[in-house]
Design a protein around this ligand. Sequence first.
Ligand code: ZN
Ligand code: ZN
Length: 341
Amino acid sequence: MKLPISNVSRMISRTCSRVYRATTLTLLLLAGLDANSQSDDFARSVPGAVIETRDGPTAAELAAPTKVVMLGTGNPIPDARRAGPGIAVIHRGEAYLFDVGAGSIQNAVTARYQHDIPSLYPSQICCVFLTHMHSDHTMDYSELAFTLWWRRREPLRSWGPKGLKQLNEGMYAMMAQDTALRLSGVQPIGNPDGYKVRTIEIVPGIVHEEDGLKIEAITAKHGDIKPAFSYRVTTHDRTIVISGDTAYNEELLELSRGVDLLFHEAISDSGLETTTEFWQNYHRTSHTLATDLGRLASEAKPGLLVIYHGLYYGVPESNIVDEVKSTYDGEVVLAKDLDIF
Ligand SMILES: [Zn+2]
Ligand SMILES: [Zn+2]
C-alpha cells in the first residue's frame, strides 16, 4: 500500500535521526517501487515503541472527515496476508471498531502510524461493537482490553450480543494472574480498573449515539447463530453499513439503500462448488454468495461496495470480484488489510 506523502513528512519530523531513511522512502514512493519495498521502508521509518497517552482528540482530528480503516479482512481460515475481521470507523478523533478478529489489534497499531490516526493506538481505542460471538470475530477482544490496560484513562466500552458479559468474565478470569501481579507488585499503576470493560448487550435498534455519530443494529441471518447483527453507522458526512456474517438479507438490503460505503462478507460461488454438499448447505444459510451480493448491491446502490471476510475455498481471490461483477455493474473492491476509505 502506498503511504500518503503527508504521512511520510510527519514521520520525518518525528524521527529526525532517521531522516536519511525517510527521505529514501519518499524517493522510493515517487519512483513507484513495489509494495513490498514500501512496507519494508515503512517498518524502518516508524518510531520505536512508545507509550502514547492523550487528553483527547486534537483540533485536526475533530475536523477530519470520517474514515474507515480495514484492521482485518480475513475469516476463520489462517491467512498470511489477512488478519481476522475488524473494521474501524474513525469519527471526530475516536475509533469505533466492528469486530476484533485475530491480528486486528496489531494491525490497529500499524494503521495508527501508517495512516497517522492516534485513536487507533490500542489503549486509546474507545469502543468496540461485536456482530456475533464466533471466535474469528472476537479473538482479539482480550488483546484490545488488556494491551497497556494500566495506562488506559477511559474504560473500553463494548456492545454486542447476549453473552458478551460472559466473555468479559471469562477474560478477567483468564488474565487474573496478570492483574494480580501488576496490582500487587512494585509497578506503578495509573488506573487499577483499566482492564474493565463497560459492556452493553444489545437488541436491534439504535444502540449508540455520540458526538454526531449514530449506530443502528439489525438482525443478521447467520444460520443458527442467534443473535447476530449487522450495523449501520451514520455520521455528519458519511453513511456506512457493515454486514458482519450473514446470508442474503432483505433487511440488510433496505438498511444499505444509498449508503456511501457498504462493507459486506461474501463466499465465492465457484469456491463453494468445490465443497461437500453438507458445507454447501451450511454456507448457503450462513453466508452470502458473491452473485447474490451483486444482486443485493444492484438494488441497494451503495456509493462503493467493499468485500471483506471473503471465503474462497482454494479458487483465486479475484473470482469473488468477478462473480459479484457478473450481477452488479457498480463500483466494487476486495479489501486488503490496512486499506482506508
Ligand atoms: Zn466469520
Ligand atoms: Zn460467523
